[in-house]
Design a protein around this ligand. Sequence first.
Ligand code: SF4
Ligand code: MSK
Length: 653
Amino acid sequence: MADEKGKEKIRSIDNAAITLIEKAQKENVSTVFFRADELKPCPIGVEESCCKICGMGPCRLPRPKKAGEEKDRAGVCGATIETIVARNFARKIAAGTASHSDHAREVAETFLKTAQDEAQGFAIKDEVKLLEVALDYGIETEGRESREIAIDVGKKALEQFGKQDGELVYIKKAPLKRQEIWRKLGVVPRGIDREVVEMMHRTHMGVDQDYKHLMLQATRTALADGWGGSMISTDLQDIMFGTPVPILGTFNTGVFKEDQVNIVVHGHEPFLPELLVTATHDPEMKALAEKVGAKGINLTGMCCSANEVLMRHGIPCAGNFLQQELALVTGAVELMTVDVQCQMQGLQDVSECYHTKLVTTSDRAKIEGAIHIEFHPENGLDTAKKILRMAIENYPNRRHAVYIPAETQDAVVGFSHETINYLLGGLFRASYKPLNDNIINGRIRGVAGVVGCNNVRTVHDSAHIAMVKELIKNDVIVLTTGCAAMACGKAGLLTPEAARLYAGSGLAEVCEAVGIPPVLHMGACVDNSRILIAATALVKEGGLGDDISDLPAAGAAPEWMSEKALAIGQYFVASGVYTVFGTTWPTLGSEKVTKHLFEEHEELYKGMWAYEPDPIKAAGMMIAHIDKKRKALGLDKARERVLYDMAMRRALD
Ligand code: SF4
Ligand code: MSK
């Protein structure tokens, strides 16, 4: 489709996505890409200069168009623009934290049912991790059965949500210096639900009206996500489904098979996807597939559900956030399941254009028009088989010519903190020492976490790939999760060969010696908690300072779109990480709030936010920060940033 100037609009750097967007256009199927053309962002809302939390508003307070026309801006109640912008930002953090944490609650409840033998098809798979987590929770393990320990772990995990005072247990996993910073500022979360509820209360009309004070509670809320809900999800999912180890995976929409029953699991909770993996091996299901004329059953994933089953079972990933509707446009998908988060309502309309059955499975999320089959752990395997049967029986109903793009890309995925520890140090001396040594000797310049979503307001995947290539070229090893990880997978950056092709000589040398890619896939959005633990392990190993903020490290979400990303960003900043977001920035309506986040947060947390939509410039900012930290550690010798000229960038693209 052409833009206003008649130029063909570039929507993705992924050829599979491009061809399916064109197919959708030809078939007159509405997707996020076309809806975004028709619906431009509200210029007042985009900078959050608008308050609509009471019936006297909405109060719209745009910035003056010309310099020099600045005047005090306040809503009908007198709320200043600082209060309004901070309140909006804090509410987004509360929503993001609530999302990760409600997922975690579901995990903890299912974990407890599993331990009590009430969950059909689940088991305690990783007993070593069970003991580690029990230790974190202060649970007695000596001479006790795994089942008893697991019941106590499940109960203790659930307590984290309703606690009213004290501290979340995982807070003590952070470096000691970090804990002291949080305690001094009074931002240690007491209980997960409590912080979210208090945030919503304090942002109600006429409550907390001091932007710095609001941001302290926003920080406490975000920490309840990163060092609370998300970490609980990661740990308990690992115990139930297995801690990921490196495994071969395949990315992109080319993973669909024309002559097989194609199913997509989409969303975030790994319960049903895990049991669908089991159900696809059932001989009865295989026979049924044959009976309807299919050569097999092809289970695939989308978004973070994909990450979960990809890194534990090698289930292929059909794409990231902006590809969810496009997957159905292939005409090859018999059934897509969705549970919670990041599933577009537009999926229903697209599914109706083809033969696809869209099935909602969570008791917390329905989509009008979709089939609702609720998943409960008590009869989880039966539900998985029922859904699988429905998919198989839908195979003969394909009514359009199937088009499956050719693009697929193999990758190595599943680098948990435990695996990195083991891979670097070996079984008998598992440690981060080789990584620390290589950072100290300069072969590796630093570490970057590149995470987050796709956003239709940028060219799909372009910012992720440009940023990650720039970082690894400059010897910065990248840890990645979520849809960013999938972008990297599709672009071939999650292979050991990528080190030779794209990394600087120092990083390439280390990757080749250890046999790892220069970009490490660490899982789903909740698994950003793995990055916190990896950063803490680097600190504890020694030689790189005594806090996360001392590390030559930075974080980024160049294509973020969800409120969860803001919660993640705030807990990274509050953990001492310099964090750069792209696409858009939701506090630009207030210079003071933006300055507070971008500058004054450094004084408070030794980490701060930054905003830069150009991914190359953003990578440059991250590298400059890494170099600043290297200098502070006395490691600044012999490091020069590789600057690209246009020809080099074109070659990379
Ligand atoms: Fe307007 Fe104040 Fe009501 Fe917000 S709380 S909508 S600023 S009157
Ligand atoms: S799915 S939150 S679009 S990473 Fe976790 Fe992707 Fe962002 Fe959703």
